[in-house]
Design a protein around this ligand. Structure first.
Ligand SMILES: [Zn+2]
Length: 252
């Protein structure tokens, strides 16, 4: 009787577990498993182009994002999204937004920029907006001990999630608790020119705190800072650093 009960209950249960185990393994080896889409998306590189000073273009396939476009030499009108960090003239340029904006270009910027520009969506530090297929989170950008960029202005930097990467554009800022709290940044675009923002040494210290995988120095070569600042940052930072010439680009 005992043996019969064992055959009727334990054996089927053991086989059941065996088949559940097999099912669990299926998605990893099955050719149409959902992971395939993710692999394709991340396989498409993200290109980061620096136009000089604080002006960038991020692209991933058809998605093109301009950040603080300024002194651009052509008018591609191909922006999916334009991000503007604050209303200082070297970051907010209505003319340059006009060069990159076309039909359907979305604009996300600090509230003072949206007010001046007359269109777009205002974003506050800590807020996340999804637009043009990417997630944009605003990070507070300010000088804790200087007057150029007061915290009360609610000016911003951005974490852009594009092509499976998290790219942080710091804006005009010193190191802040908000910057220190960032995690999982694949590429940090950091100002190094000093005076209005972090200098090279301060940017290297910031890197040691939030530990991005890679960094790229900007806010040099125009208005304030020189290549020497960018090279000093490269020497001192504890992560891989790419120094670009204006117009140059890198891929992630
Ligand atoms: Zn500024």
């Amino acid at each position: 009787m005992l043996i019969r009960t064992w055959i009727l209950t334990v054996l089927p249960a053991a086989f059941g577990l065996f088949f559940i185990g097999c099912e669990k393994q299926l998605p990893e080896s099955h050719p149409s498993a959902p992971t395939e889409t993710t692999e394709k998306e991340t396989a498409m590189p993200v290109t980061v182009q620096w136009f000089g000073h604080a002006s960038f273009r991020l692209s991933n396939g058809d998605t093109v994002i301009y950040i603080d476009p300024w002194k651009l030499s052509d008018a591609p009108h191909n922006g999916s999204l334009v991000l503007v960090s604050h209303s200082h003239h070297d970051h907010y340029s209505a003319d340059d937004i006009g060069e990159v904006a076309g039909d359907g270009t979305e604009i996300i910027a600090s509230a003072d920029v949206i007010k001046k520009h007359g269109s777009g969506r205002a974003i506050k530090p800590g807020q996340t907006i999804e637009a043009a297929g990417v997630r944009v989170t605003a990070v507070a950008a300010y000088n804790p001990a200087k007057q150029f960029h007061p915290k009360a202005n609610n000016w911003v930097g951005f974490v852009v999630e594009i092509g499976g990467k998290r790219i942080y554009y710091a804006g005009d800022t010193d190191e802040t608790p908000e910057m220190k709290a960032l995690t999982n940044i694949d590429l940090a675009l950091l100002p190094v020119g000093g005076t209005y923002t972090m200098n090279a040494q301060e940017a290297a210290t910031a890197v040691s705190h939030f530990q991005p995988k890679q960094a790229l120095p900007y806010h040099w070569g125009d208005i304030v800072g020189s290549r020497k600042d960018a090279e000093q940052f490269k020497k001192q930072a504890s992560c891989q650093v790419t120094v670009l010439d204006p117009g140059g680009s890198m891929t992630l």
